[in-house]
Design a protein around this ligand. Structure first.
Ligand SMILES: Cc1ncc(COP(=O)(O)O)c(C=O)c1O
Length: 379
């Protein structure tokens, strides 16, 4: 099998599994227990929090572990709304957010919250000017994805943060695809809340975190215990938390060489596909993009079919389309770039990770070109 869907999830390497195993097997103590067996788990948990905090340039007290980014995104947005519940508040977000942000905002709209979904340009980029022109007197929160999960486009988060801090408007960024993949230091970014997920940077599924600037209050996500500074009750997923800390540390250590390899693999993929399919379309912005993501559109071909035919050859890629009740809906991200429904439905996303090789690239390019030719022949 060739796995080229690392934006969906990533492999946990042996180095990280080895760090997790003791906490699944021998050191299974509850981090809240008062005897030393439990306290060892608590110590490991706090060390992991420190690793995460160091990795993004903040202090450990600013990190709260969650079950993932969906939970953390829901939590932040809903909490800000709750805090200002005595007035009608306005939130600004973009049209290309992950559904965990978009669906939360849609739910809040039903409760009277005003939401602006900002358009992006044809490469998926948002400008500070767009945000500035959308601000209203009751704007309390801006939530912008750091780097998009379908096309990889990176947003000008530093610029947006500087602008919003002056305006005294809270700024949240969903940094799921950025953390562990591109340099990110919150010391230099005016961000109030940031969310991330370990399974996107070679950690375990079911663990993520919320960064919250230390002088900001947030109400508990869950009640029932004093875990996570009393903000998220429930027995902690120690093995998952351990995986998050070590995986981030390892990815950061490898980042320079990984980035170089991924960029070269993306360039080779594009060159290979273009040599046989000259009219292939790149969705996004190759210059301002996550190093491992390539979203391609194939005129007159269904991305869904291409994905399934690649699957038959043992190759995993994805489409941004969503299937609901048997109907394929085009990706909201590609539609926001101004594409037609047909164009949006013709796309596949290849996302390479640390463990892909040049041989994978060769096989993927060969398979895409081969399938493309066959589909055209039979159409
Ligand atoms: C940009 C982005 N935000 C949020 C999420 C949700 O993360 P989790 O799987 O941890 O709930 C994802 C996962 O696909 C994502 O890509």
């Amino acid at each position: 099998m060739i796995y080229a869907d690392n934006a969906a999830t990533t492999m946990i390497p042996d180095s990280i599994v080895r760090k997790m195993l003791p906490y699944l097997r021998d050191q299974y103590g509850n981090a809240s227990s008062q005897y030393s067996f439990g306290m060892q788990a608590k110590k490991a948990l706090e060390e992991s929090r420190k690793r995460i905090a160091d990795g993004i340039g903040v202090v450990p007290e600013e990190i709260t572990f969650t079950s993932g980014a969906t939970e953390a995104n829901n939590w932040v947005i809903r909490d800000v709304v709750e805090k200002f519940s005595n007035s009608t508040i306005h939130i600004i977000t973009s049209a290309i957010e992950h559904h965990s942000v978009l669906s939360t905002c849609k739910e809040l709209e039903k409760k009277g919250v005003e939401v602006t979904y900002l358009p992006v340009d044809c490469t998926g980029k948002l400008s500070v000017e767009r945000i500035a022109s959308a601000i209203k007197p009751n704007t309390r929160l801006v939530s912008i994805i750091f780097a998009n999960n379908e096309i990889g486009t990176i947003q000008p988060i530093a610029e947006i943060g500087n602008f919003l801090r002056v305006k005294n408007i809270l700024f949240h960024t969903d940094a799921v695809q950025a953390v562990g993949h591109i340099p990110l230091n919150l010391n230099h970014l005016m961000v109030d809340f940031l969310t991330a997920s370990a399974h996107k940077f070679n950690g375990s599924k079911g663990i993520g975190f919320l960064y919250r600037r230390k002088d900001l209050n947030i109400s508990p996500m869950l009640y029932g215990g004093e875990q996570e500074f009393g903000l998220r009750a429930g027995t902690e997923n120690i093995a998952g938390i351990i995986s998050a800390g070590f995986a981030l540390e390892e990815n950061l250590y490898e980042m320079v060489s990984t980035t170089k390899r991924l960029k070269s693999m993306i360039a080779l993929t594009l060159e290979g596909v273009r040599s046989k399919i000259p009219n292939v379309r790149v969705n996004g912005d190759l210059e301002n993009c996550l190093p491992g993501i390539l979203n391609l559109g194939f005129n007159g071909i269904s991305g869904e079919s291409l994905m399934h035919l690649l699957d038959l050859k043992g190759i995993c890629v994805s489409t941004g389309s969503a299937c609901a009740s048997g109907t394929v809906h085009p990706s909201h991200v590609l539609m926001a770039l101004g594409q037609t429904e047909q164009q949006a439905k013709s796309a596949i996303r290849i996302s390479y990770g640390r463990f892909n090789s040049e041989k994978d690239v060769e096989d993927i390019v060969g398979a895409i070109c081969d399938i493309h030719q066959k589909i055209l022949q039979y159409q």
